[in-house]
Write a protein that binds this ligand. Sequence first.
Ligand SMILES: [Mn+2]
Length: 388
Amino acid sequence: MLFSKSILFSLLTSLVASHSHKEPVVDGPTLQQLWGDDWPFSGINTFAHLPHTKCLVDPSQEYDIAIVGVPFDTAVSYRSGARFGPRAIRAAAQRQTPNRAYSVRSEINPYNNWAKIMDCGDIPVTPMDNKLALLQMTKGYENILAHNTSSGVWKAPKIVSLGGDHSIIYPALKALNQIHGPISLIHFDAHLDTWLPDKYPSHWDSESGHFTHGTMLYLAYEDGLLSKDTNMHVGLRTRLSDASDYEDDDVQGFQRIHADDILEIGVDGIITKILKRIPKDQPVYISVDIDVIDPGLAPGTGTPEVGGFLTRELLKIIHNLQDLNVVGVDIVEVSPAFDHAEITALAGAQLAYEFITNMVKKEANNTTAGIPSIDIASGFPGKLLNQE
Ligand SMILES: [Mn+2]
């Protein structure tokens, strides 16, 4: 006989126990302790292994920061493919785990601090009809922002969008404007994106064709979504239609920092210029078109332009914007079909981490909201440290 009676008995009782969802051993490890801790390479790809819910179908969910994918790429002028950006960035974010996310730069672990951070999944946007897509994205953002915050620290959740082509900023600004009023924009990009729709060379015109990833900032300006004269481009190096493109850009209230400027004034000079222009209490949106980084370090994008920033330089600039009143951010134009070894998606994932760290750090000393992130997808509660 292979099993003794007592071994068979204990096997049966443990089976019964598991069927009735009781802990198998008193004083032993909990199931959470046994199985709750994912490796970076195990588990479903939520951003940084953070908890996931389809926020759009469950208005009762509360969170302080919403990570939301917007897989839309049918408003581009060159290579499409950024609809696969959110899944690529989430995959590249797997090495970020909530129990090992301490930032040496900011001296906090943003995932185990006071803020509840939720991966809200994607806004399912049609690739067939851009007019409908714009409506879907606008409603999607409105709904994401309508959730209660967990902590009450902010009047509305902050959003971290994973694009998608750059046009997704327009519905995001529409939704944010309803809560915050006119918003200052810090726009990291090789391109202007304030182009008037008729600057695209075509005899054929249509209203829905005005909504593109190069004209959406003009549309936002026309709608009065942006604040006057406190907007910035950072990292420009694109060819223009002609010099009048910059005159149009001036009218829309943008100051321009070119990629070349980093050679003249350095990273610190760029930070100083941004902080000088953007009032501290003003609601700010920060948008990163991944093509602001040099294509050598971010090849996976739709409209690459040589001669851009190093990823390290961009991260340093972003880190120093932590005192601003940032109400939302995006990382757009990550297009994994053109990527190599996840270089671009990794940059996108790290940028999202830096933005989230800034948001949490800004309030870390001002809130008594405590540490609600105990229900993170991985990590032993016993391992959580107060790392403020
Ligand atoms: Mn862009």
